[in-house]
Design a protein around this ligand. Structure first.
Ligand code: KG4
Ligand code: ZN
Length: 336
């Protein structure tokens, strides 16, 4: 049984072994938060409390298993909103304690990478993972199931955060990423030359806060001049600036490390133009490109279960003192 409640999705899944999904239930709070233009942490916590037991029940029901069949419980303990995380962590601890089974604390970002093991059951390390979510943007060298090296991450905003902020200044509803994705399909990505920060600096670090300001400045100056704004062009050009940086750094990383597989992970992996750009470039370079199916791209518990399975196999369990760690990041993990 795996549980995920780090942000605005209450999710539970049942897996058999590490790679077979028996059920994957997601109760989203997006409609609740939309009228506020973003996730309201206190409301999220309360909704998780209401939803957690029904979601767990549904996951058991759909998997056609009973509570007594559950032999391990995995849960996201960070990063995320503290109140939201605590609901899942408390439920998982209670479940593991009452069933007398091991508890596994999972890093949500590692979970996003492991979503790929569910989408492509033949995938095995080593590979390079580009993690692009609402809160993080990073390149990770996945050397083994429990052995990761960080290659670089964002200095400021995450890619998803940039999508959400730009969508907001364009008056698009929350969450902005899918809205920009849709609008951009009708626009010209070469219409406006937005900055591609750190693109060719030789590092694996990212920076998206300047891009967000550039879009804002562009919109303001067009409004001041009274020039009509072509919204699809703005969306497509902004999206291109993000994608070009992500693609350039990902393929540099593959070249430097000599790896032949690129894995895409996190909510922004659902972006159709990003997926298409990486797929096209990978084909040119004879690189294997793997990305999760849409349901496994955004937050879900199946990916947490998959990560938890491989941690358990390495003997990495949590105990009753497991706590939420809102600021948990991705860091090097050494196989022992
Ligand atoms: O991984 P995720 O579901 O939650 C976090 O762990 O942060 O990622 C959510 C992020 C949001 O910023 C959302 O706008 C973005 O993923 N996102 C997208 C798309 N779908 C979701 N960004 C661009 N294009 C999309 N199609
Ligand atoms: Zn996520």
């Amino acid at each position: 049984m795996a549980i995920e409640s780090s942000c605005d999705e209450t999710a539970a899944a049942v897996l058999r072994g590490g790679r077979t999904i028996l059920s994957n239930i997601i109760s989203t709070q997006i409609p609740v938060h939309r009228k506020f233009g973003g996730v309201v942490p206190e409301i999220a916590s309360r909704k998780h409390i209401v939803n957690i037991m029904p979601v767990i029940d549904e996951a058991l029901g759909q998997a056609k298993v009973q509570l007594r069949d559950i032999d391990q419980v995995a849960v996201t303990y960070g990063p995320g909103l503290v109140g939201a995380l605590l609901v899942g962590v408390s439920a998982a601890k209670a479940l593991a304690f009452s069933l007398g089974v091991p508890l596994i604390g999972v890093n949500h970002l590692e979970g996003h990478i492991f979503a790929n093991f569910l989408s492509d059951t033949t995938l095995e390390p080593p590979f390079a993972a580009l993690v692009v979510s609402g809160g993080h943007t990073a390149l990770v060298h996945v050397k083994g199931y429990n052995h990761f090296t960080m290659m670089g991450q964002t200095r400021d905003d995450a890619a998803g955060e940039a999508f959400d902020k730009v969508a907001r200044v364009m008056g698009l509803p929350y969450p902005g990423g899918p809205q920009i994705d849709k609008l951009a399909r009708e626009g010209n990505p070469l219409a406006i030359d937005f900055p591609q920060a750190l693109r060719d600096d030789g590092s694996y670090e990212f920076s998206f806060s300047g891009l967000k300001s550039a879009v804002l400045n562009y919109l303001n100056s067009m409004r001041q001049k009274g020039t009509e704004i072509n919204r699809p062009d703005v969306a497509a050009s902004f999206q291109r600036a993000v994608i070009e940086v992500l693609a350039a750094k990902s393929f540099d990383a593959l070249e430097e490390t000599g790896m032949d597989t690129l894995v895409l992970a996190g909510g922004v992996a659902a972006n159709s133009a990003l997926e298409a750009r990486l797929r096209e470039e990978a084909a040119k370079r004879k690189i294997r490109f793997v990305y999760p199916s849409p349901i496994l791209c955004t937050d879900n518990a199946a990916m947490i279960g998959c990560r938890g399975f491989y941690q358990a196999r390495a003997g990495k369990f949590a105990d009753g003192y497991l706590n939420a760690v809102p600021g948990l990041g991705l860091s090097d993990v050494e196989d022992v």
